[in-house]
Ligand binder design. Structure first.
Ligand code: CTP
Length: 217
């Protein structure tokens, strides 16, 4: 199968030296890319700026902003069987990017922000040939919020993780997730190394993709 995996944060420029971003390390997405390669799938890894080495056999596409990611994903999905949207994409970007470094003042400063496009929702609209897996980073009411995202973004599967804990989720080497599918499957994977979680996820995703194809024929 051809997997497209997105990983890491996006950076939204404010001026030549500043940006808005988040704490995503890219570890979960990179582990999924690696696990998919180990399971003999083809992998395109679309990655935001991170500090970990990419899997050697993946086709690597580096992006910076949510807009870059939007374009890269829309090109890559044309030829994929599965897309896993693990990237922590900006929800807002500055309305204006200053061409010169903004100077400090002694007053309060407000930055005007505008919503970034939702990449996941944009690829999951209407009929499609690929299986869409979203991630949900939640701190509270995890199941309810994740299931809402599954419906709102029209995904086939959503992988929810609790990012309020220090011992799993963002930046950590470990994670604990709950998987929800459009068909009503709910499955938890207990706290483990992200590499272990990734192996299990790739198996669950490829099985679900196979099943969805059988149902259509
Ligand atoms: N996502 C996306 N484009 C965005 C924001 C999010 O494609 N501009 C994707 C993420 O890659 C993830 C899913 O949407 O697969 C959910 O992201 P998450 O950060 O959990 O939620 P948001 O949709 O940003 O909503 P909220 O911040 O309100 O929880």
């Amino acid at each position: 199968m051809k997997f497209v995996v997105t990983a890491g944060p996006t950076q939204e420029a404010i001026d030549p030296v500043r940006y808005l971003s988040n704490r995503s390390s890219g570890k979960m997405g990179y582990a999924i890319a690696e696990a998919a390669l180990e399971a003999s799938h083809d992998v395109t890894l679309i990655t935001g700026p991170v500090h970990i080495p990419p899997p050697e056999r993946a086709t690597l596409i580096r992006i910076v902003s949510a807009d870059d990611l939007f374009d890269a994903v829309h090109t890559a999905v044309r030829e994929c069987d599965v897309i896993v949207m693990c990237a922590a994409v900006a929800d807002y970007r500055p309305v204006r990017v200053s061409a010169v470094k903004l100077k400090k003042t002694t007053h309060d400063f407000s930055l005007a922000l505008t919503p970034a496009r939702d990449v996941l929702a944009s690829i999951a609209q209407g009929p499609r040939a690929y299986y869409v897996v979203g991630f949900a980073a939640e701190t509270n009411e995890i199941a309810a919020h994740a299931q809402q995202k599954l419906r709102d973004k029209n995904c086939d599967m959503i992988v929810a993780n609790d990012v309020s804990r220090n011992d799993s989720g963002m930046e950590s080497a470990q994670n604990a997730v709950t998987i929800f599918t459009r068909d009503g499957l709910v499955k938890g994977i207990a706290r483990a190394d992200k590499k272990m979680i990734a192996h299990e996820l790739v198996k669950i995703i490829s099985d679900a993709r196979e099943k969805s194809l059988t149902k259509k024929t």
